[in-house]
Design a protein around this ligand. Sequence first.
Ligand SMILES: *Cc1c(COP(=O)(O)O)cnc(C)c1O
Length: 386
Amino acid sequence: MKLDDSSLQKFGFIKRETLGSINIDPLQTGGRLTEAAKQALVEWGDGYSVCDFCGGVLDQIKKPPIYDFVHKALPEFLDCDEARVTNGARESKFAVMHSIGKPGDWIVLDGLAHYSSYVAAERAGLNIKTVPHSGSPDYYLDPEGYATAIEEVTKESGKPPALALVTYPDGNYGNLPDARKIASVCHQYDVPLLLNGAYAVGRMPVSAKEIGADFIAGSGHKSMAASGPIGVLGVSEEYAPIVLRKSKHNKVKEVEFLGCTARGATVMTLIASFPDVVKRVRNWDQEVENARWFSARLEEMGFIQRGQKPHSHDLMFFEAPRFYEISEKVKKGRYFLYKDLKARNIHGIKSGLTKYFKLSTFGLGREKLEVVADSFEDILKKYEDI
Ligand SMILES: *Cc1c(COP(=O)(O)O)cnc(C)c1O
């Protein structure tokens, strides 16, 4: 033990610099806590706090109402047969990949898949075939590409892929692919489909059954106003016995979840926010309208929104040739944008980015979005002569 008191001084309670900012970071807009969740975080912050009245299975806990949440509310919300809480969308995906595939099997991913889909597949020992997208400017994903990829895998490996995945929407452009069509293409080959809804579940209406997805993954800290790390997983009846199978050694514990997942404040913040999350999903049309309004304002200033147009999600990708030009000439270089936004109390565009960046308009409301759009305009004006 070499730690002396002075080396401990920087730890302890730490203030969060960006807490009061207008935050447009796509990672963070859907994970802001409700007041109820903030309270829950303190109330249930002790380790294993939910286990006071546990009989051995996390999702069977009646007090607090984890059982009702996992077995009644969540399947209804996701519109699927069975649901579980996990430690994140990636853990949900890994549980599916690991149980449905065997090492050496193939999986088909969309060309815009998140890195966590790749590493989950890698950890499960699966080979990856990707479905290409059309590239700039709209990054369109053709559902027929799944047929091609599945046929290629079958030809090259002698059997169809164990699973296909679609990212709905993707985390770069906020594109919503035709998941229903993709599910139907995959099912023509008897390949089950996993819908990665990390940016959908908790923001917008999404129904696993309507889409025809066999599995659906969501992220509590990304899109369900939870502290996390926490995720949700929906599974169809057909695949539930495989994904939710129980241990040989401990008859009540589910293997893919290592027995128990979210065992404390994480699940309690998810439950605390859930009523508000259900209600905000009903408000999705307004969110889309806000995103389109914001995109139009930025385009008026000479920015170019890439990806689907008109856009149907709050996550948007912009190209900003003028900001790039400025960055090449000002003293602060490529950090000017971050600093100028910071001076206006706006956080969320990655420090150092100017030419391309993504942002999210979710939950900000028209008033704050106006402040953000006006700030972009101000910054352009400030460097007018450069
Ligand atoms: C953020 C994100 C994830 C990861 O979610 P976690 O809950 O942190 O595991 C997965 N997929 C996409 C598309 C994401 O944007």
